[in-house]
Structures are given as C-alpha cells and as structure tokens.
Design a protein around this ligand. Structure first.
Ligand code: M6R
Length: 369
C-alpha cells in the first residue's frame, strides 16, 4: 500500500506533482481560460460578491492565508481568513454578497463545519474546497471544488495542502477572469505558469537529499524557528506546524518583519532558523528586506537555513545552508517552497525515532469541536 516507501507521508510527498496536475486537469480550456462550472454560481452572481471569507483549520488554514494574498491581488475583493474554531464566536459580519470558502481535506472537521453552518444561516453562499468526495462539508455547502490529491493517509497533511493551494488559486483567478479586473493580462500569464508548476514541484523533489542530511544533523536540537514575508509567512507557519506535529520540537513561524518587535530576543548561538526568501524579481523590496533580516539574525549567532530561488546570489553570503527552489511567480512560490519543509520535518521525525504517519495525540480528522 505504501508503494515501496517506508511511510505514507513519504509516498504522499512524492505524489505531489501528480496531485497538483490532477487538480488542474479539465479546469483550464485550450484557450488558456478557466472553466469552473463547479462553482455553481453565474458570472452575474460572482460579480455581486463584495467580500470573501475563508475558514479552515491547521494546514488548510495556512492554505487560506496564502489564498488571501492571491484573491486580493488578482480580484481586488477584500478577503478575510479566519480559524474556523474562532469564527462564529465573534459574531462575524456576513450577508448574501459574502462568499465563504471552507477549506478541508477530510470534509469532516467539526470546527469548519460549524463555521460554514453559521455562515449559511446568515445567508452567505459557501464554497467548499475539499479532498473527500461526499463528505459532510461539501454536502452542506452550496458548491464544491474538489482537490484531486487522492486519499491522504498520513496525519500530517502534505499533498492535500498543495492541492488546496491550487484550488484557491483557481478560485481567485476565476473570480478575476469573470469580473474582468485590471489584472486581466497577468491572470493569463499566471494560468499558464500554474499549468506548468507540477514539473517544478517534481524538480524540487529531485534535489532533497541535502535537506534530509541537514535534518538528521539537527535531530538533537530543541527549537527551530521559521521566518517568511508575504506568502512566505504562511509557508513559515506551515513548516513550523509540520515540525511540531512530527518531530515534537518547539517550532515557531514568524513574519520576518515582526522579528524586531520581539522574537529576535530568542536568537542565540547556533539556533537553526529557516528563512523563506521571496523572489528577487518582481516585488524586489520584499526580497531586500528579508536579506537584511537574515543578516540581523546571523549577526546574533543564528544558524541560517535559507530557502531561495535559483540564481538568487544576494543570499549566498548569509546562508549557512542554502536550499534552492525553482523560480516561480511570487504568489505561486508556496507550491515549491513548502516541499523542502515537509521533507525536513519528516526526516527529522524519523531521526528522532518518532512515528511519522501517526504522531502522538493527533487524529487525521478532528470531528469534535
Ligand atoms: O481535514 P481538514 O483539512 O479539515 O483538517 C484540518 C487540520 O486538522 C489539519 O490540516 C491538521 O492541521 C493536519 N494534521 C496538519 O498536518
């Protein structure tokens, strides 16, 4: 069943290029436009949407955080993202023009289900992004966009996360396409890039041996920090979550800009800090800011583990360990930047003798609130 792999998680990490490609399949037509009749909303209805609210838990929440950047940039519709477990308790402002997106691999997460029920009671439309056919969340939603990751067995979510990202990008781009935003040209370029991204994920997987070696060398550590900016921030949170779940280590993700507001006090000699670096092309101001963050922490003794695009030479002098990822448009970078973090956590857990597929205290789907 594990297809020759020692753990389901390893198998599922390896399946990511296919999962990504399968989730795109049939949703982009020959002219390079999106076809998402599954949304079950007419173009007129989609043009009425004046706010998007995303609810999810855990890894799916991190996908939602990344979706917010994409939705607001490509559509200019305000987008909020909230932990499903917090959502209904603060009496959120919802109405029929709010599109609520519930993201869930299992489709059975009770917190997410309760959030979507609350949204529907207020008259909002709910779109589920889900990996499990016929599960409760899609059954109770107005529409569903399935991710085609195939069954995910390991408790730690990997391929489901990448396909959730793909589904979120598709929704964002489709909203942009239907509403004819000023990003029209960019949208076509992104759809093309997205249709080629599974090959890039595959390339990342081919270069993971040094990441495994590095993980094994850090097996005795107590703490690992993760930093990112923009979409790299949720990626940092996801890297930290994987490490907590699997390696039972103290792991925290921060927005790199927050460092000087507190977390920099944690930096001490030889503390491993993973930094997700945005592309130096495009929004280069982000890149320059993070390069100075890397300098700051290194000057205070951190052992820097830098994830940066191929060809980014500016980071080289400050990287104790350099993990290269292919160049991608900024908003799509999480699809390639997350993969080394999954491999890192899985290998570290193995080196510590932990049960990778079934970490202590955790269940694959959390069906209680
Ligand atoms: O099935 P769901 O996507 O609704 O699950 C949400 C979270 O429980 C899940 O992502 C959890 O955080 C994973 N164990 C993360 O690896």
């Amino acid at each position: 069943e594990k297809g020759g792999y020692d753990y389901f998680m390893l198998k599922e990490i390896a399946e990511q290029p296919k999962a990504v490609a399968d989730t795109l399949l049939g949703r982009i037509d020959v002219s390079g436009s999106l076809r998402l009749d599954e949304l079950r909303m007419t173009a007129a209805e989609l043009r009425e949407v004046d706010k998007v609210v995303i609810v999810a838990c855990g890894t799916a929440f991190h996908a939602g955080m990344i979706a917010k950047y994409a939705i607001e940039h490509w559509t200019r519709i305000p987008c909020e993202v909230e932990l499903a477990s917090e959502f209904r308790y603060r009496d959120p402002i919802l109405d029929p023009r709010t599109l609520v997106i519930a993201i869930s691999q299992s489709g059975e997460t009770m917190d997410t289900l309760m959030a979507l029920r609350h949204a529907r009671e207020q008259g909002s439309k709910v779109l589920a992004i889900c990996n499990t056919n016929g599960s409760t969340i899609p059954r109770e939603s107005d529409a569903v966009l399935y991710t085609h990751a195939g069954p995910e067995v390991a408790v730690a979510s990997t391929k489901a996360f990448l396909t959730q990202l793909v589904a979120c990008y598709l929704v964002a781009l489709y909203l942009g396409q239907v509403r004819g935003t000023k990003w029209g040209d960019e949208i076509h370029v992104v759809i093309r890039d997205l249709s080629q991204i599974s090959r890039e994920v595959e390339r990342v997987l081919e270069t993971m041996e040094p990441v495994r070696e590095l993980a094994r060398s850090l097996a005795h550590k107590n703490t690992v920090l993760f930093l990112g900016r923009h979409v790299g921030y949720p990626v940092a949170l996801e890297g930290a979550l994987k490490l907590k779940e699997l390696a039972y280590m103290h792991a925290e993700g921060f927005a790199a800009g927050e460092l000087k507001h507190g977390p920099i006090a944690l930096i001490e000699e030889d503390l491993p800090v993973v930094v997700v670096v945005p592309s130096p092309r495009g929004r280069s101001v982000l890149h320059d800011k993070i390069v100075s963050n890397i300098q700051e922490i290194r000057a205070r003794g951190a052992r820097t583990i830098v994830i940066a695009e191929e060809g980014d030479e500016a980071v080289v002098p400050y990287a104790d360990h350099l993990i290269r990822i292919p160049a991608t448009p900024t908003l799509l970078q999480p699809l390639v930047a997350t993969v080394p973090l999954q491999v890192f956590a899985c290998e570290l857990a193995t080196a510590r003798g932990n049960e990778v597929d079934q970490p202590r205290n955790l269940a694959k789907s959390v069906t209680v609130e």
